[in-house]
Design a protein around this ligand. Structure first.
Ligand code: G3P
Length: 229
C-alpha cells in the first residue's frame, strides 16, 4: 500500500548552503505548515546528517536524498535502508542525477524497500532509463533531464515531451508507478503544465531554496496541485 499521496511536491534540499545550520529544519517546518494549509502532499529531502532530527520534529514525510545498497553491520560510512526504517524515515531518492548508481543496485534497493515498506523514488535522466527503471517496479519515477537541473528553465516548458513520453512508457509497463518530473521548475505555471502532461507532482530544489521567501514560493507551487487532490 502506498504511504504517500499524489500530487506530491518533493523538495530536495541537496547541499545548498541556504539550508545549513537550522535552516533545513526551518524549511521543513514551513513545508509542514503549507501542507496543512493546502492539503497537498509535501515531502522534504534534507541531507542525511539531519534526517533524524527533522523526522522527530516535523509531521510530513521526510525522505533521504540517497541510500546505499549495503548490508547491515560492517558497512562503515554507508546509509542502509534498514537504518532509514529504524529512524522512521519513510522513503528515499535513489539514483538522483547527482548521485547515480548502477541499475543492479537500483534493483536491489527497490526489492529491499518493498520488503521493509519504504517508498522508492527513483530518478531517471532519459526515456530509455525511465523504461529500464519502470521494469523494476519502484513506487515513483522522477524524470529529470540533467541539462535543465538548476537552470531555471523548466522541463515542463523546455521539454514537455519527455514528461508525456515518460508517463506513456510507465503506464504501459505498470500504471501503479507514479511519474514525477523535475529540473528547472520555478513557477506555478511550470507546475500546472507538468500536471497537465500527466505528472503526479514535481521534484524541485533551487526554485524553492533560492527563493527570497520560502513560504510564498512553496504556497505558489503547491496551489496548482490543489486542483488534482
Ligand atoms: O532533485 C531536484 C532536482 O535535481 C531539480 O533541481 O534545482 O532544477 O529544481 P532544480
Amino acid at each position: 500500500m502506498k504511504n504517500y499521496r499524489t500530487p506530491s511536491l518533493v523538495i530536495n534540499l541537496k547541499n545548498y548552503a541556504e539550508i545549513y545550520s537550522n535552516y533545513s529544519l526551518d524549511i521543513s517546518k514551513i513545508s509542514e505548515s503549507v501542507a496543512n494549509e493546502t492539503s497537498v502532499e509535501i515531502i522534504v529531502c534534507p541531507p542525511n546528517p539531519v534526517l533524524s532530527k527533522i523526522i522527530d520534529i516535523v509531521n510530513i514525510p521526510i525522505y533521504a536524498q540517497h541510500v546505499d545498497d549495503s548490508k547491515i553491520g560492517s558497512s562503515t560510512g554507508s546509509i542502509v535502508p534498514e537504518l532509514l526504517k529504524s529512524i522512521n524515515c519513510p522513503g528515499s531518492l535513489i539514483n538522483h542525477s547527482e548521485k547515480r548508481i548502477p541499475l543492479d543496485e537500483i534493483e536491489r534497493l527497490i526489492i529491499k524497500f518493498k520488503e521493509i515498506e519504504l517508498t522508492s523514488l527513483v530518478c531517471a535522466q532519459s526515456i530509455e532509463e525511465v523504461e529500464k527503471i519502470a521494469k523494476l517496479n519502484p513506487d515513483i519515477i522522477a524524470i529529470e533531464p540533467p541539462e535543465l537541473i538548476g537552470s531555471g528553465r523548466a522541463v515542463s516548458k523546455v521539454n514537455p515531451k519527455i514528461i508525456s513520453d515518460s508517463v506513456g512508457v510507465v503506464n504501459q509497463i505498470n500504471n501503479d508507478i507514479d511519474v514525477l518530473c523535475g529540473a528547472g521548475i520555478m513557477t506555478a505555471e511550470d507546475v500546472s503544465i507538468a500536471l497537465e502532461l500527466g505528472s503526479k507532482g514535481i521534484l524541485i530544489a533551487s526554485g524553492i531554496i533560492q527563493a527570497k521567501d520560502w513560504k510564498n514560493k512553496i504556497i505558489e507551487l503547491a496551489t496548482p496541485m490543489k486542483n488534482y487532490l
